[in-house]
Design a protein around this ligand. Structure first.
Ligand code: BMX
Length: 281
């Protein structure tokens, strides 16, 4: 029987029945930001009510930190998760099957390592999404760390003239949405990216405001752990032209510092497939 996989992000929540590396059915609901965990889980449950009995175990990947089955936000601006929400306990009670929980980017890292663009490598997964998330698979092992923090690249502090900010304050989808709105010229990140592809100088400068700090972070990670590759996912990370910009920005680095960027082969399903596979471990 397939595994029920759920992926709660800052913008959308995906649910799927996953069989190995195959998503056999998928549903999507918006994550109602201010609703809180109960409302988020209610929306999921309603959208998959007809799947009951089709799975014997569940895995849930979430934006935020998981430790001992409890869920907390690191950056409530991405999603305001209350501190220490007993996610595994609540979901086990609701679904009546064993539940495994992990951070969304860690789950996607594992999916890409097992079945996607990072197979057989030491890899860093980076999602450029509502926030910036990350996951490390080194020596065939997914790192979660002492308290679930491992890989939280979006929380790295950048020291820029504007003041110290988290990487994801300047380099994520929500930052580009603010840039687009602030310019008054573009409706959102997709339009801004399209204009940058077309060579509009203002659009290029705004997009590079996200690309540059991401490449700097990747360069730092290359120095620290020297991975074989960086697998890039997320709505913005996988948007047309974004990866090319990362590569172009990195091209000036000396070869041994230069991160190798690859597109997530599993696309938006990396977290679902990864967390489903973690259930079986
Ligand atoms: C934030 C953090 C990470 C998450 C990343 C990407 C919260 C709520 N989330 O850095 O745990 O992996 O965003 O999340 O603190 P996404 O929702 O953008 O996919």
């Amino acid at each position: 029987r397939p595994v029920l996989a759920i992926d709660i992000g800052g913008t959308k929540t995906l649910s799927a029945l996953v069989d190995g590396d195959r998503v056999v059915a998928q549903r999507r609901v918006e994550t109602a930001r201010e609703g809180g965990p109960q409302a988020w889980l209610d929306a999921v449950a309603a959208s998959i009510a007809d799947w009951s009995g089709r799975y014997a175990a569940a895995g849930i990947a979430v934006t935020g930190r998981i430790a001992g089955g409890r869920w907390s936000a690191l950056n409530p601006a991405i999603l305001p998760v209350p501190d220490g929400y007993p996610l595994v306990e609540v979901l086990t009670e609701r679904l009546k099957v064993p539940v495994t929980a992990v951070n969304d980017a860690q789950a996607a890292a594992w999916g890409e390592y097992r079945f996607g663009a990072g197979q057989g490598t030491d890899m860093v997964f980076l999602t450029v999404s509502t926030g910036v998330g990350g996951g490390f698979v080194l020596g065939g092992r997914l790192l979660t760390g002492r308290s679930g923090l491992a890989g939280h690249v979006g929380q790295i502090l950048t020291d820029l003239s504007a003041g110290e900010q988290r990487l994801e304050d300047i380099a994520a989808g929500s930052a580009l949405a603010r840039s687009a709105a602030g310019s008054g010229r573009w409706s959102g990140p997709p339009a801004l990216l399209a204009a940058a592809r077309g060579g509009d100088p203002e659009a290029e400068a705004l997009v590079d405001g996200a690309v540059r700090p991401l490449v700097r972070a990747a360069r730092t990670l290359q120095m620290l752990i020297d991975p074989d590759c960086f697998v890039i996912g997320g709505g913005l990370g996988l948007a047309e032209g974004f990866l090319d910009r990362l590569r172009r920005q990195a091209a000036g680095l000396p070869p041994h510092y230069r991160p190798e960027f690859r597109a997530a082969a599993l696309g938006a399903e990396a977290g679902l497939i990864g967390v489903a596979d973690l259930v079986d471990l």
